[in-house]
Write a protein that binds this ligand. Structure first.
Ligand SMILES: C[S@@+](CC[C@H](N)C(=O)[O-])C[C@H]1O[C@@H](n2cnc3c(N)ncnc32)[C@H](O)[C@@H]1O
Length: 326
């Protein structure tokens, strides 16, 4: 079985970066699932005042999902692969999105020190050589009450999910990888998912790392049982509104947490050139960011002490117009 790690994996993602956006565009539900996980972070007020980390941003699909869910949040997007990161940074982004090259296990050394109100790790954790070390690092970067969403190919328990994953890989993923010359990376994906935690085990891993309120949330459509969002809350003190707390003594609350000169910026994203955008227009996949996100939608418990968060009154899970659970 093929398992790529560290430099070998980074080199494989560098090579795969050429065709990555083409393949994800052909993947039904790839982008809407990322947006769903980003919404599940439950960032209130369209992310205004929040600092968010996109860990393993790749070519920027997860960054775009965060921007759709929280258009006013300040986003730091990190990836170890120069090829993936350059493609991400070459896209058009508002000023408050910054790209940094760093491995997940070495964030402070790269100037990524936070603190952050939320972290999205999309298809990252399974690739990490030591997922527990990455979770511990993420926990340290989050403010107390800060939120983590792990968006991952992590199978549901039982034989059906494994059979579906095998069929999808043998029928589509592995042939597509061979066509683009990235066979090794897509074999790594296939076998890596089979070896990685099932969704309940991934939730247990987050709990062991100290996260509270951990929940496993499913995806609709063909990804049911294959892709999940596992959400959790960083412990340590009364949670407060995003952006308002957890700032280390002596650190200005406005610092981006990125060392000067490290950030890759798009040519049209010079500081001060463009104001933060207005919240995105409503669409089926990206409903207008709510001022307060009900706990059922974010998948996480309400933030105590945050007046924008309602109490935990039982309500039916919200559904989109298509009837999908959000
Ligand atoms: C499958 S891609 C997903 C990219 C993006 N999050 C998305 O949803 O499209 C995984 C990304 O994680 C990056 N990655 C893997 N292991 C990493 C690590 N230890 N530190 C930083 N980035 C890593 C890879 O370079 C790759 O760009």
């Amino acid at each position: 079985m093929t398992t790529l790690r560290d430099a070998e994996l980074t080199a494989a993602f560098d090579r795969a970066s050429r065709a990555y956006d083409l393949l994800t565009a052909a993947h039904p539900g790839y982008h809407s699932a990322l947006r769903r996980s980003a919404r599940r972070l439950g960032l209130p007020a369209a992310g205004a005042g929040s600092r968010v980390l996109d860990l393993g941003c790749g070519t920027g699909s997860s960054t775009a999902a965060l921007l759709a869910a929280a258009p006013l949040a300040r986003i730091t997007a990190v990836d170890a692969s120069p090829g993936m990161l350059e493609r991400a940074a070459a896209k058009s982004w508002p000023d408050h999105v910054t790209f940094v090259r760093a491995a997940a296990g070495e964030l402070p050394a790269a100037g990524v020190t936070g603190p952050y109100d939320a972290v999205l790790a999309a298809y990252l954790l399974r690739n990490a050589g030591d997922p527990d070390r990455v979770l511990a690092a993420v926990r340290r970067l989050l403010v107390p009450g800060g939120r983590l969403a792990v968006h991952e190919y992590t199978l549901a328990d039982g034989a059906a999910a494994r059979a579906l994953w095998t069929a999808v890989c043998r029928g589509i993923v592995l042939p597509a990888g061979r066509l683009t010359g990235d066979g090794a990376l897509y074999r790594h994906l296939y076998t890596g998912v089979l070896r990685f935690d099932r969704a309940p085990a991934l939730a247990a891993r987050l709990r062991r790392a100290g996260f509270t309120g951990v929940r496993v949330l499913p995806m609709p459509g063909w990804q049911t049982g294959i892709v999940h969002t596992v959400v959790g809350v960083a412990p340590g003190g009364a949670p407060t509104a995003p952006g308002a707390s957890g700032v280390a003594p002596g650190r200005a609350s406005g610092t981006a947490g990125v060392a000067p000169g490290r950030a890759l910026r798009t040519p049209d994203a010079a500081p001060g050139r463009r104001p933060a955008p207005a919240p995105a227009a409503p669409s089926r996949d990206t409903p207008p960011p709510p001022r307060s996100v009900p706990p059922e939608r974010s998948g996480l418990p309400p933030r105590s002490g945050d007046p924008s968060q309602p109490g935990p009154a039982p309500q039916p899970a919200p559904r989109s117009r298509s009837g999908e659970q959000l």
